[in-house]
Design a protein around this ligand. Structure first.
Ligand SMILES: NC(=O)c1ccc[n+]([C@@H]2O[C@H](COP(=O)([O-])OP(=O)(O)OC[C@H]3O[C@@H](n4cnc5c(N)ncnc54)[C@H](O)[C@@H]3O)[C@@H](O)[C@H]2O)c1
Length: 441
């Protein structure tokens, strides 16, 4: 990685469009000592327009270059969604961006709840700003974790790019605000890699899937309104029935942990090939069930814990578990609808927060927190930024427009551009006009 960033810094210098003085005949490109490339002096980072001197080992003298640093100003505001404790860029990410010649503005205490204090950001080369307003106003690209909340809408402006989870399908107001200000909205959750998977959803789905069983086990306890049941049972007492709906990343991780607890696990999916894989992966130790309303109704009725992990990328989740099915569930059973960030796959589910995470309806405890990984921010921030950073670096290195043009994965992530919805799932869910990204590039 380090070598790649060093190359980025060199390439940036070598691609400068003009020289302030005629080029020496022997130097077809500036000579850059590695230290200058990897640790640009402070005044490069400060964006001064004055010419700078770069050591030229071949000439044993100095060559003057025009100042173009920083290439991109990246802003990292503090997350303000309820109990959201993750942060969009870690100090390690800041260091790599700064080494590549970019400037990073971090709102004070943005990383504190993920155990990254301001001092670590400063040491990595970030500029700490006292307010979110300043970070939003001075940045070209804002990197966040969760979708902006209403108090952040006022920061939207023409020319701004936003790289974060957006989950626009169930959020028409946010969509309208992004469109009204021509914000380029690049959503983590719809970026695809070459294998067709969703690499920026995966780490958080891993966290949420594993957490869903911990949470479910807690709410099954009588003190939390549950039916007073231990997931694994004990010798002579059978284990709990856990039904996982959706056998993707959330579902697989939930199943793994539930089986670890000793529960009896059934996993439901539409995709039969996926069920075959799961049968293989878990060596027949879980039950697989094709998704249809008959099977789902029967499995849900018999379950003590139901975990919702269905996804149709970029679209509102289908209601697989109906109100009638919930009414027939055992009293004190628990539903953890992880898919709630896409509207939920259980008809009786509505979004809750970490401050007030659960409610009971038809005698069934519902836990529907839209940002579950925020409960374990240190793990989640590291897992998330491991996955987002290569894309962030590409956006910074190439510039937003060129990065979108050149990378099909990033193209899939563009949900709004130039006042248009460019992701079909969002347009269809909101019954709004869809514009193909290719028509705008
Ligand atoms: N609440 C949170 O904090 C949180 C955190 C992470 C992920 N999520 C959400 O969890 C959901 C699942 O994410 P994922 O990464 O596991 O997605 P995924 O694409 O890996 O898996 C989704 C699965 O749902 C299956 N599916 C689709 N329609 C179905 C149907 N009708 N019946 C049964 N199965 C069906 C698909 O075949 C697929 O296997 C998403 O909505 C995601 O946004 C929420």
């Amino acid at each position: 990685m380090r070598a790649e960033y060093d190359r980025d810094a060199q390439n940036a210098i070598q691609s400068l469009p003009y020289w302030p003085h005629p080029r020496p005949a022997h130097a077809c490109r500036p000579q850059v000592v590695p230290d200058a490339a990897t640790n640009p002096p402070a005044h490069w980072q400060a964006g001064h327009a004055t010419a700078m001197m770069v050591h030229g080992p071949a000439t044993a003298g100095y060559l003057s270059l025009p100042q173009r640093w920083p290439r991109l100003i990246v802003g990292v505001p503090k997350e303000i969604k309820d109990h959201e404790t993750r942060v969009g860029v870690t100090p390690a990410g800041v260091k790599a961006l700064v080494e590549a010649g970019h400037k990073v503005l971090v709102e004070t205490s943005a990383g504190e709840l993920s155990a990254f204090p301001d001092t670590e950001y400063t040491a990595a080369g970030a500029t700490i700003l006292p307010t979110a307003a300043e970070v939003w106003a001075k940045s070209d690209l804002i990197v966040k974790v969760k979708e902006p909340v209403p108090t952040e809408y006022e920061h939207f402006r023409d020319g701004l790019s936003l790289f974060t989870y957006l989950h626009l399908a169930p959020l028409p107001e946010l969509t309208d605000k992004l469109l009204a200000k021509n914000v380029t909205g690049i959503a983590y959750e719809t970026i695809r890699d070459k294998a067709g998977t969703l690499p920026l959803l995966t780490p958080m789905s891993e966290v949420a899937g594993r957490m869903s069983v911990q949470v479910g086990a807690t709410y099954l306890q009588s003190a939390h309104g549950g039916r007073g049941q231990l997931l694994g049972g004990v010798p002579g007492v059978p284990p709990a029935n856990v039904c996982v709906i959706g056998g993707g990343i959330v579902g697989t991780n939930a199943a793994r942990i539930a089986m670890g607890f000793g529960a009896k696990v059934t996993i439901v999916d539409l995709n039969l090939n996926r069920l075959r894989e799961l049968d293989d992966i878990f060596n027949g130790r879980l039950y697989t069930l094709a998704s249809n309303s008959y099977n789902v109704a029967k499995a849900v009725e018999e379950s003590d814990l139901v975990i919702g992990g269905v996804l149709i990328p970029g679209a509102t989740a289908p209601k697989i578990v109906t109100r009638e099915m919930v009414k027939r569930m055992k009293k004190g059973a628990v539903i953890v609808d992880v898919a709630i960030d896409q509207g939920g796959c259980v008809e009786t589910a509505h979004p809750t927060t970490h401050s007030n995470p659960s409610y009971t309806e038809h005698g069934v405890v519902h836990y529907c927190v839209t940002n579950m990984p925020a409960a374990v921010p240190h793990t989640s921030t590291l897992a998330l930024t491991n996955a987002t950073f290569p894309y962030l670096m590409k956006l910074a290195k190439m510039g937003i427009t060129e990065a979108i043009k050149s990378d099909h994965g990033i193209q899939d992530g563009v949900n709004t551009l130039q006042g248009k919805i460019t992701f079909r799932g969002v347009a269809d869910s909101q019954k709004k006009h869809y514009t193909a990204l290719a028509d705008l590039l």
